[in-house]
Design a binder for this molecule. Sequence first.
Ligand SMILES: O=C(O)CCC(=O)C(=O)O
Length: 317
Amino acid sequence: MTTPSPPSDVDVERPLALTAEQRRQFDEEGFFIVEDLLTSEEVSTLLDLVDERYRGFVRDRDLAADEAFQMRNVVSLDRRFRDLIDHPRILPYVVDVMGSNIQLRTSHADVRPPQPTSAAEHELGSPDSFFPWHSDGPNYGWPLVDGVVPFMEMKVGLYLTDLSKGDQGEICVVRGSHRRAQPRDTDGRHLIDADDIVPVRVKPGAALIWRTALLHALRPNLSSEPRRCLYYGYHPRWIRPSDYDRQTAQTLEGCSPIQRQLLGELGTGLDNYSGDDPAVHPVSLYWRPTDDEIPLAGWARQQRELLYGPSDAGTDT
Ligand SMILES: O=C(O)CCC(=O)C(=O)O
């Protein structure tokens, strides 16, 4: 199979952050890892924040103290979660792989407290395990091309606890599964070559940049520490987000134009989604945005000029 083509506003020749090897891994294997993407101070702040919010949910929703819990749309819970959407060390990777006409599809914090050893009795990711193999997608599925999901979205996983030793609740991905049809046997078990399973064993502060079409599952957390991590998913603006329709005024308050874009608004702060002449010539600003509406495009161009000097190619919008 040939390497999937990137979206057209991805400038493969002049990346903002991606190395050639990361580009290859992302296309062929579906993921790459960036160690130490977050500083230890950032990790510690985010851990405190996740713990504080988790305690609140345990209290308000009467969760069992050892219950795994996923907090969704965390950008609306705290500015510090919100401000990760355009973190200066993350955004260049996101733009390199998805281009600039993008927005946030989802943001979540996942807490997985220690589990009993019985959690390891089921085969990794089997339908009867605590976290079966799946790839992310909407109900009724993505469109398929020759049985394969085209490139629709990516996620950044940010790991806040140690996952380097194994059986600490680490995510496992099936290398290259985004490029194949995903057959199952008659019991619904995914047919996976064990050699393709990659446990993401990393230290706190590492990031996983991955195509969500990859099959993924979790190892049990048999350590004594709850596993905490964050995921930020991005996709083109002409797809609908999963965590929100419109973010609240409170979440949008004080956002930069780029943050407004990433939160599903227009960078201008205006509400004219059908264009300026909707009665005669409606034009969706999801489809036909300008640089003002998607300020990420101009930002990307500026960053490339700083890195590579001026170009008249104009490839990023
Ligand atoms: O790492 C996790 O807890 C779950 C990750 C996952 O399934 C996802 O982000 O889609």
